[in-house]
Design a protein around this ligand. Structure first.
Ligand SMILES: C[S@@+](CC[C@H](N)C(=O)[O-])C[C@H]1O[C@@H](n2cnc3c(N)ncnc32)[C@H](O)[C@@H]1O
Length: 263
């Protein structure tokens, strides 16, 4: 079992570990993790699903702050949300649609729903989807409301086989780095298929590293560009994220890409 990043290190709730702390991980601890990676080779989605769900079910359920879970949305997304709130303030064409593939506990889907998007979070782990639904319920309760301006929906649909819907915004954070490298071309093709004309794909690229293996697999700006440009995506913005705008332990390892399809 390869465990090479903070994603898969157990950590106290809501205190994700730094990447550097991973190197100090005792090998005995590494061996305690499920060998989902070795089970996750396509084209056997059912086996892959078992692997991810095993991770989500582990030790009574993945807690906020453990492995890849950062307890909340990235400050980068929260900034974009403010921009979209203005851009999509007029609902005369209906509520805008947002997709979060590999949504985990659904923090980002809730943020979209709060500003009036119909947000759809996909996660092939039923345990993740249940956790996302529970998180959304608890957020509604804390806010003292029975519904957001838009919907927050969660589904166990596989991103690669999702059909019949298109989205104004698609937000990828730690999904591309989690899938097997041989699925990356399909990832780009599917992004193209799922985006509405004039829609935007946002890639918060992490982890910007050079190491071997994964998941999470090392990402780079060139890697993402070389996946998206052949599909007809044009880059509107592609910059490193300032350290202070990343989750703790991820500073200096993230870049934001904003993409649209050529007309
Ligand atoms: C690294 S986690 C990231 C979760 C979330 N984006 C976050 O930042 O907390 C990747 C998630 O993608 C889900 N996943 C993997 N393959 C998927 C697929 N083909 N379709 C939908 N979800 C998938 C996994 O179950 C896992 O919860």
């Amino acid at each position: 079992m390869l465990l090479r990043s903070c994603f898969f290190i157990p950590s106290p709730p809501c205190r994700p570990l730094t990447l550097s702390s991973f190197s100090a991980l005792p090998s005995v601890l590494q061996r305690q993790f499920p060998s989902w990676r070795t089970l996750s080779t396509r084209p056997t989605p059912i086996v892959e699903m078992t692997g991810w769900d095993d991770m989500w079910k582990r030790d009574g359920g993945l807690k906020p702050g453990q492995y890849f879970d950062a307890c909340k949305s990235s400050p980068v997304l929260l900034e974009l949300i403010q921009e979209w709130k203005v851009k999509y303030a007029d609902y005369s064409n209906g509520k805008p649609d947002a997709l979060v593939p590999g949504c985990g506990r659904g923090y980002d889907v809730c943020e979209f729903a709060k500003i009036g998007f119909n947000g759809l979070g996909l996660d092939i782990s039923p345990t993740a989807v249940k956790a996302a639904e529970e998180f959304n319920e608890s957020e509604l309760k804390s806010a003292g409301v029975s519904a957001w301006k838009g919907d927050a929906k969660f589904s166990t649909d596989d991103f690669f086989t999702l059909e019949g819907r298109k989205f104004d915004v698609i937000y990828d954070y730690t999904f591309l780095c989690a899938i097997e490298p041989n699925m990356r071309k399909s990832w780009a093709e599917k992004m193209k298929q799922l985006l509405k004309p004039g829609g935007e794909l946002v890639t918060l690229i992490f982890p910007l590293e050079t190491r071997e293996g994964g998941p999470p697999y090392a990402m780079s700006i060139d890697l993402v560009t070389n996946l998206l440009e052949p599909e007809g995506f044009v880059c509107d913005y592609l910059e490193s994220v300032p350290e202070g705008k990343s989750h703790k332990g991820r500073g200096g390892k993230e870049a934001l890409g904003r993409w649209r399809l050529k007309k």
